[in-house]
Design a protein around this ligand. Structure first.
Ligand SMILES: [Zn+2]
Length: 236
């Protein structure tokens, strides 16, 4: 493998790959994501993040060890394996947000970890976390954040359902009460306990407040149609 090193990253890729062709662009995108995430979370890292840019989901699956095709994954403390080819470019905020936030803590609840990564992504398949949440509420597919805090429920449901919902909830939490309060929750392993302790109300009440906020918005018909198409495509 070849590599390219920047101030905060080491990128590994194979010779002749699309990643090699775009390496300067990839490096500048990741450095910018890195600066933003560190600024928001108020952290400084004392190590470099190492990226392995793979040609296919199968290649990522082989490296992960379960041979299950996968677009990207993080191996703490500092490694990220991601697909980068002509059609699929798995770079951006998500995996870096995991690596950087794990220097604060790695909360037990996947909903909290993915919620923060999705807070930085803001979008799932190009559509905002808020629009996805509006869609699921309108179509009676919404799953309660309280239930999603339980890992069994979180992993049982499809990512296209769980990720945008926890992302929208995290956005609302940070925007309404500030990042400092949120980081206290992130530092605790028991999310139920931490939410009640920091926000002074039960998680249930918090979720009611969140849904009330979401209900102030309406989903655009074109976006709803696009979500229907995306979900159908994903099923095939
Ligand atoms: Zn993630």
């Amino acid at each position: 493998m070849c590599n390219y090193e920047t101030e905060h990253y080491i990128f590994n890729y194979t010779a002749g790959s699309k990643a090699e062709e775009d390496i300067l662009l990839i490096a500048s995108v990741q450095e910018a994501c890195y600066a933003y995430i560190c600024q928001v979370l108020g952290v400084t890292l004392n190590f470099k993040i190492e990226y392995f840019l793979c040609n296919s989901p199968e290649e990522v699956g082989t490296i992960y060890g379960d041979n299950e095709p996968c677009n990207a994954f993080t191996r703490p403390p500092n490694k990220i394996y991601a697909v980068y080819n002509e059609n699929l470019k798995c770079i951006g905020f998500h995996e870096d947000a995991h690596i950087i936030s794990y220097t604060i803590n790695r909360p037990k609840s996947a909903a909290v970890r993915e919620g923060l990564a999705m807070y930085f992504d803001r979008k799932w398949w190009g559509i905002s976390n808020l629009d996805w949440t509006l869609y699921y509420l309108k179509n009676n597919k919404y799953i309660s954040v309280i239930e999603l805090l339980n890992n069994d429920t979180f992993f049982k449901e499809d990512c296209s359902l769980t990720y945008p919902i926890v992302g929208a909830f995290t956005e609302w939490l940070i925007n309404s009460y500030g990042i400092e309060k949120y980081l206290f929750v992130y530092k605790e392993n028991d999310a139920f306990f931490a939410l009640e302790k920091e926000y002074g109300v039960t998680p249930n009440v918090l979720e009611q407040q969140f849904k009330k906020y979401v209900s102030l918005f309406k989903i655009d018909e074109v976006i709803e149609q696009r979500i229907n198409e995306l979900l159908l495509c994903n099923k095939k």
